[in-house]
Each structure stands twice: as structure tokens, then as C-alpha cells.
Design a binder for this molecule. Sequence first.
Ligand SMILES: *Cc1c(COP(=O)(O)O)cnc(C)c1O
Length: 405
Amino acid sequence: MKLPIFLDNHSTSAMDPRVLETMLPYFVEKFGNAASRNHAFGWAAEEAVENARKQIAKLIKADPKEIVFMSGATESDNLAIKGVLEMYGEKGTHIITSSTEHRAVLDTIKALEGKGKITVTYLAVDKFGMVNPEDVRAAITEKTILISVMLANNEIGTINPVKEIGKIAKEKGVLFHCDATQGVGKIPVDVQEMGIDLMSFSAHKMYGPKGIGALYVRKKNPRVRIVAQMDGGGHERGMRSGTLPVPLIVGFGKACELCEQEMATDTARLITMRDRLEASLMKALEESYLNGHPINRLPGNLNISFAYVEGESLLMGMKDIALSSGSACTSATLEPSYVLRALGVGTELAHSSIRFGLGRFNTDDEIDYTIKKVIEVVTKLRDMSPLYEMAKEGVDLKSVQWAAH
Ligand SMILES: *Cc1c(COP(=O)(O)O)cnc(C)c1O
């Protein structure tokens, strides 16, 4: 086993070596521009791009013509939201989203809202982080042009009832955008069955290269149109100009193919490891609380709050394991994760949360090491905590009168 251990697969994933292998010829040997229509270099590049487009479309049950290449999910979320508003803004300017969306969606929407271009309904989620489809229905007005709800959350892994939301969107004739960045390649995604009109996803979250992602844009029932946010050569059927990064696209295609072929075995392995990690930590460490949905959750996700322990201190105490905490102590505000707050998790417990993100390359040995280390460091930190001591002695901490500084 090699240290440090990478358990932060929601932030990015290691590229699969098989992906790299398929990319390599496209840097030096087959370097053509896929838009060069009149020579063999261009033809070879175009063929590789179209092959990747097929591999990607197949994974999400789309038509290859519905895949538009982007630099990643952030750009894809931006284009979906701004592109729809610019195309359909005369019909209305109301957008429905949820309070636990990724910043790529929330910040885009907030920016438009701040400029007075749209009105927004931010749907609350339940204690597991799930959007209620009936809340979506109730929020729709005549002015609603877009619903943007994510497939799976990047912090707590909760999977939304996207199919039900898609059905309501269709019934009401409102477009449905889904940020599926955490879900594609990990759980089955079918844009038809889920009634998705626009979908954002990214290669580097699914063992592909960084710097490439896609926007799925439905071509029929209904035919969705968006206004490009990048002017240039009219690439990607006019929706995203710019020379295509052929090696990245080839890698993205291969990553999708591998996910499709190995999803069942990856999922089974991840669930076994994740459940063992969860059960071992919960058993050894009292006052540990699971954040997110106990069942309806990404196979590689585990988010736990260890009461009386600062997430950041915990991470500092185990630098040989790469993890994330729900504490943003580096930011000026000291605000904990807005996702956890949206579930109703208190400030203290939100600051005590750790996100374990397991992926394809994690091993049982790494999980063993992590279990041992987390138990050791949490125990040590609690032993040093006066609050934990008081709580153990039965003092109701809420009743304590803290001295003012
Ligand atoms: C990582 C992530 C993004 C951003 O993706 P990039 O490709 O890094 O721009 C957007 N949404 C979700 C849910 C994510 O997890």
C-alpha cells in the first residue's frame, strides 16, 4: 500500500491508465484539427471525435448528435442556464433550482438573479438532502422556463428522484436541466427515461482527463435550443465554438466506455468497501452521524459528522489520507457547508463532517488503514476536548453560560 491514500473522488479522480493509452496517439502522431475537412489529418481527428461522441452518448442513452463538448461541467452548467434564458427569456424568466446544487449551478443562477435577469425558487431539501418532486410541481408558474436539479450531490451523495422531476417538467412543458456530474458513470443514467432535456457532466469525475466535459442537449420531444455563450467558428453545431481538444475527447469517450462496462463490478466493490468503512467507524466512535441518504446514495460516498471534533483538525491529524471536510475554515466567513446546513445539520456538526469519496482504485488495505487512523485521531482529539469531557459528565452544553471575550 502506498501513502498518501486518495479518498477524495468527488473532487476529481485519477485517470484510468487505459484512458491515457487511448489518448496518447492524439497528441503527436494524430494531431489533426477535427474541423479540417480537406485532408487526412483532419479526417482522422474527426473520426476519433465522432467515435468518442458515440461512446459518451451510449452511456447516457442519448443520440451522439445530442452531445456538445465543453471544457467541463462548470462551463456546461453555465451554458445550459444562460443559453436557455437567452433563447426562451421572452416566455418567462423564472427558474427553479435546489438549495444543495453545486456552485457551478448556484453561482450562475445567483449572478443572473443579482443582475435582475431572473427570479428564482430555491427548493428546500429533506433531512437526507432530497428534493421533493411535488415541491417542484408547486413552484412552477407560467413564467417558469427552466428547472435545474442535480442527479447526485457532491458532498453527501444523495440521489434525487430525477425521473419524477422529469415527468413533471414534461407535463408542465418546462425544460429540465440536470447537473449529473457525480452520477454519470457511477449509476445508470438514461436521459429518455429520466425526462432530461439538458444534462451536464465531466470526464475528470469518472476516471477521464481534466478539461473536458459535455452538455447533453435534447434534439426531439422537445427539440431544445440554446444561445451559444462563446462566439467563434461555429463548432459543435453552433453551440460551442473553439477547436476541439481531440486527445481529451478520445479519453472522455474511453472513460465512458469503461464505466459502462465496469459499472456493475465497480459498484459492488465500492458498496462493500464503503459499507465496511461506515459500519466500522460508527461502531467504534459514538456520536457519529451519517449525513445524506442512508440508501439512496452514490456507491462511493460516505459523509459522517464526528461530534466534538473539528473536521479540519481531523484532516490535519491524518495528512496521509486525502479527504474533504464540510468546514470551510479557509474562507473569510467561517461558514460551514451550505449543503449540510440545508439538511438541517447544526453548525457544530457541519464543522465536524468528513467526506470520504471512494473510487475505482481504492483497495481494501487502504480502507483498513483509514478505519484505524480515523478512530485513532478522533479518539485523540476528543480526549483533548473539554466539551467532550463535559458532555460525557452529563453537562447539557446548551445550558452553559459562556464567558464573553
Ligand atoms: C465537480 C462538479 C462540477 C464542476 O465540474 P468541472 O468539470 O470541474 O467544472 C459541477 N457539478 C458537480 C455536481 C460537480 O461535482
